[in-house]
Design a protein around this ligand. Structure first.
Ligand code: S3P
Length: 425
């Protein structure tokens, strides 16, 4: 698909539902007694993979697009799937479901696409094995496909080397089935949607600093969940409004949970003109409308505790850095190498093709911005966040940008290109 510069972005946009929260609503609903009703569910391929996995384990899930109804069967109500569970491109599905499956009374194999089969699974296998789980990598390479056999689980205290909500959540979900309390300490706090939503569904999860503790649970109860707009999707429009001259966008209903809002903090530090409107909090998840105007950005250093709060936004932050005056240093972000693609290598390669001064480091990137960028052929590596980042970069670059594999935006934002085109002048 080809992209060219535009004269400005104007109007209002309501961002689709949060991917992390949509996954969790389906999973926790399936394990609950009674029906869970989810509105503003993200109809992206990743969340549809989660629905398909639970349907394959006997859960009746109605998807009318307006809402999702999950007819939960309780903590012990899943049934053995008749074939390998397909987690598609979704790390969240693969890792969180593994925690749930570790506590079931039936064996299962799960696998995903080529990208999932390269992503590290030792990080969940190790703690789950410490809890007594029988989980192995079928090919012995610590990646999917994974085989999980029935086992008795016991509570542990696990100290994780990585700040990862997927690791934390897998352990907490296995903890629902353990015979004692289970806790996870992470080096830096990662997104806390599991802790908030599990409590809402009737579990007992306590959070203290970077430690989350869950008690074994007799039952969860179905709830109504209204999913906030995904700040990770809003990030593309925040960046677009900032870097394209003569822009003003009202981005509505954006989830601004403090474990996710690093993009806003960083954008403001870079000089972004962002105003918060209509802030409300529903069941621990705050949302607001964001009014963003064209801004003069400058480079900053991004590292340390803020990194997990903006880990998925670092590709679009790199684009903002390319349009900012001065140098931006992104560090402490080695996790970028094990996302849907190696986002350090892929951002460095593609931004260089557009004429940007960018260097890859072991744990991030150094970008000196301010030089005009020109169109180029961009290889998305079928990574949705790479494709969306370069669609935004093209709006403020000379000439034509061609994005290969652009359809991968379906993973997290199926209507991304339509929404973007509607706002262009
Ligand atoms: C997610 C956690 C993050 C994030 C991913 C979604 C989640 O991954 O990058 O897109 O829903 O828990 P890690 O836990 O691997 O950091």
């Amino acid at each position: 698909m080809e992209f060219t510069a535009c004269k400005g972005l104007h109007g209002e946009i309501t961002i689709p539902g949060d991917k992390s929260i949509s996954h969790r609503a389906v999973m926790f609903g399936a394990l609950s007694e009674g029906t869970t009703e989810v509105t503003n569910f993200l109809q992206g391929a990743d969340c549809l993979s989660t629905i398909a996995c639970f349907r394959a384990m006997g859960i009746d899930i109605e998807n009318t697009k307006e809402r999702i109804l999950i007819h939960g069967k309780g903590l012990h109500g899943l049934s053995a799937p008749t074939c390998t569970l397909d987690t598609g491109n979704s790390g969240t599905t693969t890792r969180l479901i593994s925690g749930i499956l570790a506590g079931q009374s039936f064996p299962v194999t799960l696998n995903g696409d080529a990208s999932i089969q390269k992503r590290p699974m030792r990080r969940i296998m190790e703690p789950l094995q410490m809890m007594g789980a029988d989980i192995t990598s079928v090919k012995g390479n610590d990646c999917a496909p994974l085989s999980i056999q029935p086992a008795k689980l016991h509570g542990i205290h696990y100290t994780s080397k990585v700040a990862s909500a997927q690791v934390k959540s897998a352990i907490l979900l296995a903890g629902l089935y353990a015979d004692g309390q289970t806790s996870v300490t992470e080096p830096v706090l990662s997104r806390n949607h599991s802790e908030l939503m599990l409590n809402y569904f009737g579990a007992t999860v306590k959070s203290e600093g970077t430690t989350a503790t869950i008690l074994p649970q007799p039952k969860l109860t179905g709830q109504k969940v209204c999913v906030p707009g995904d700040i990770s999707s809003a990030a593309y429009f925040i960046a677009a409004a900032c870097i394209v001259p003569n822009s003003e966008l009202l981005i509505q209903n954006v989830g601004i949970n403090p474990t996710r809002d690093g993009i806003i903090r960083v954008a403001k530090e870079m000089g972004a003109d962002i105003t918060f409107l209509n802030a409300v909090t529903d069941r621990g998840e705050p949302t607001a409308d964001l009014l963003v105007r064209s801004s003069t950005l400058h480079g900053i250093t991004i590292g340390g505790e803020i990194i997990p709060t903006l880990i998925d936004e670092l590709p679009i932050i790199a684009i903002m850095a390319a349009f900012a005056d001065g140098t931006t240093i992104i560090k402490d972000a080695a996790e970028l190498k094990v996302k849907e693609s190696d986002r350090i290598a892929v951002m460095t390669d593609n931004l260089s093709r557009m004429g940007c001064d960018i260097t890859a480091t072991d744990d991030g990137m150094i970008i000196t911005g301010g030089k005009p960028l020109h169109g180029a052929v961009i290889d998305s590596h079928l990574d949705h966040r790479i494709a969306m980042s370069f669609a935004i970069a093209s709006l403020a670059s000379e000439g034509t940008t061609t994005i290969q594999g652009e359809e991968c935006v379906n993973i997290s934002y199926p209507t991304f290109y339509e929404d973007l085109n509607r706002l262009k002048q």
